[in-house]
Design a protein around this ligand. Structure first.
Ligand SMILES: [Fe+2]
Ligand SMILES: [Fe+2]
Length: 157
């Protein structure tokens, strides 16, 4: 499996978390409950961003350079981190909602840029093998089996 397919799957999980945290805000959950949701979101966003920064971006750097899209993506990761920190420090419910709103809007637009531009560039500049190798690193780090043999009795033929 290619790294971009793995990262797209993680985006889908994160979109579900964004929807859930928005629902909790709409339901006027307590600040303690919202903080728990923010911590879960922080962990998942961090794990995802680390995969990109430690594996995908270094593989793209020889092709794209350190400036341009990679620099934009890294600086958006930092801005997302800053907003997560601000959300965790917030004790006023209305302020917390507004920070979380800003955070989710930025994360949405960041993910869209990756999906529309960066992942397309990845498929253009990395070979199939390089994309598969990065996919294997992802599977290894996440503990996912991607080459299961299936059931022999169900094999076609
Ligand atoms: Fe990212
Ligand atoms: Fe991403």
């Amino acid at each position: 499996m290619k790294i971009t397919d793995a990262l797209l799957g993680e985006h889908a999980m994160l979109y579900a978390l964004f929807t859930d945290i928005r629902r909790q805000i709409d339901e006027d959950r307590s600040i303690e409950q919202l903080q728990v949701a923010v911590e879960i979101l922080e962990n998942q966003l961090w794990t995802h961003a680390q995969m990109e920064e430690n594996h995908l971006f270094p593989a793209l750097e020889p092709h794209l350079g350190q400036m341009g899209p990679l620099r934009v993506m890294k600086s958006e990761h930092q801005e997302i981190d800053r907003l997560l920190g601000a959300a965790k420090a917030e004790t006023n419910p209305e302020q917390l909602k507004s920070v979380v709103d800003e955070l989710i809007m930025l994360a949405y637009s960041h993910f869209r840029k990756e999906e529309m531009v960066l992942f397309g560039m990845t498929r253009q500049v990395l070979s199939e093998d390089e994309q598969e190798n990065l996919g294997n690193i992802w599977a290894n780090e996440r503990g996912v089996t991607i080459d299961g043999a299936g059931c022999p009795s169900q094999a076609a033929g």
